[in-house]
Write a protein that binds this ligand. Structure first.
Ligand SMILES: [Zn+2]
Length: 411
């Protein structure tokens, strides 16, 4: 598909809807790459790289170990002020999408399809819609840069493996630090209906393996019951969750205003007449930004140490193993007041939201880059069959990015 980079005002009309041709073209093109997290994203990355290089911009790639996935970071330099070159504003998005297995779609998920005032396809809102708008903005930004009218560099950061635990972005952030690039702000374009999300909870997922000792159920003293010890720990997780929910430092801007803990799966035992030697369960917790993940983990570890001592007093080689499966840090709003004010002024909407789902935003704030989330479409449609973005949301995102670019340019 031809992507015009010169005609910024190009608009097309479909039935009763006027939509921004370039960002819709880009979204169509991006959805066409099947970038489900288990696949390579290199075809998409190479396509974007070629586009950036055509605009005279050089890109920086960071790869996973297998070299079949890459993050892309591209900078539109601020020509007016060489000192500013390593700072600037980052527009950030993940290139991977969740699978469509077992979902009933009305149209092919990797072929963008417009029906009525919506564009359907996997990744339409989460989050190729935002990336499409950001790519559409690049030619104009490059032009301002060349004529020396950009006073703040604009960066585009595209990551891999966000949907499987935000594994890609840390490699890119480490690379930026190594290269001395310290952006002033970051906007993560996850779907928020173009409202401003200033903070989100962190998430940590654990698998807990309780190793006991088998015995005949008539000889309980000779065994160590893995299910019994697992249930004590499960009970403790619930007690801790209850206690945390009553703390007085909760944050009412979140739907659930406290950190949560929840046990999700459990397996154990082989027969009623055998004292079980193994029980496994998983749990997760979602911490408010002002609580660190260790704040929640530390009492659980203390409880495990207590139970381990009891188990090992009865039989050596028993005990509880705790394996971290996933951890994504919370995104804090501690340092983003200036960025929030800028976004509120541009969108003429000063409402601030906080959400329970995790994004790469926490990794950006942990790296010292004040970050907010703002992007087209709704999280309600993310990960579902017939995922879509409303065309009007793409228009709003294009307009927002236009204003943002203007704020980075010399007037
Ligand atoms: Zn997403």
């Amino acid at each position: 598909m031809a992507i015009s980079s010169s005609n910024d005002d190009d608009k097309q009309t479909l039935s009763h809807v006027t939509y921004p041709a370039q960002s819709i073209d880009w979204l169509t093109r991006l959805i066409g790459f099947d970038t489900v997290s288990r696949h390579s994203n290199l075809a998409l990355i190479e396509d974007v790289q070629a586009y950036c290089e055509q605009l005279g911009l050089s890109v920086d790639l960071t790869f996973n170990e297998a070299k079949n996935k890459a993050n892309l970071f591209v900078t539109v330099p601020a020509g007016a002020n060489a000192n500013e070159v390593n700072r600037g504003l980052v527009l950030s998005g993940h290139t991977d999408v969740v699978p469509v297995d077992g979902q009933e779609w009305a149209s092919e998920p990797f072929t963008a399809t417009i029906r009525g005032d919506k564009l359907y396809g996997r990744g339409a809102c989460d989050m190729k819609g935002f990336i499409a708008c950001a790519l559409t903005l690049l030619p104009q930004a490059a032009k301002l840069s060349k004529s020396g009218q950009l006073h703040r560099p604009l960066h585009l950061a595209l990551s891999f493996d966000e949907e499987v635990g935000c594994l890609g972005a840390p490699l890119m952030l480490a690379d930026l630090q190594e290269r001395g690039i310290a952006p002033d702000y970051c906007i993560v374009g996850e779907p928020t209906n173009m409202t401003m999300v200033v903070a989100h909870k962190g998430i940590a997922v654990y698998r807990c393996r309780v190793h006991g000792k088998s015995a005949h159920s008539s000889l309980t003293k000779q065994g160590v019951n893995a299910i019994s010890y697992a249930s004590r720990l499960v009970g403790y997780v619930d007690t801790l969750a209850e206690e945390i929910s009553h703390r007085n430092d909760n944050d009412a801007l979140f739907d659930v205003p406290y950190s949560t803990l929840s046990v999700g799966t459990i397996q154990g035992g082989t027969a009623t007449n055998i004292v079980p030697n193994l029980c496994e369960f998983t749990f997760d917790y979602r911490n408010l930004p002002h609580m660190t993940q260790d704040d929640i983990l530390a009492p659980i570890q203390a409880k495990i140490a207590e139970l381990n001592a009891q188990m090992q007093a009865r039989a050596a080689d028993t005990g509880i193993e705790l394996l971290q499966m996933e951890a994504v840090p919370a995104m804090t709003d501690n340092d983003s007041a200036e960025l929030q004010a800028l976004i509120a002024a541009l969108t003429k909407d000063d409402k601030r939201h906080k959400v329970a789902y995790a994004t790469e935003g926490g990794q950006f704030t942990n790296a010292g880059i004040p970050t907010i989330i703002c992007g087209p479409g709704s999280i309600e449609q993310a990960h579902k069959a017939d995922e879509y973005v409303e065309l009007s949301e793409m228009v709003r995102c294009d307009e927002f990015l236009q204003k943002l670019l203007k704020s980075c340019a010399v007037s």
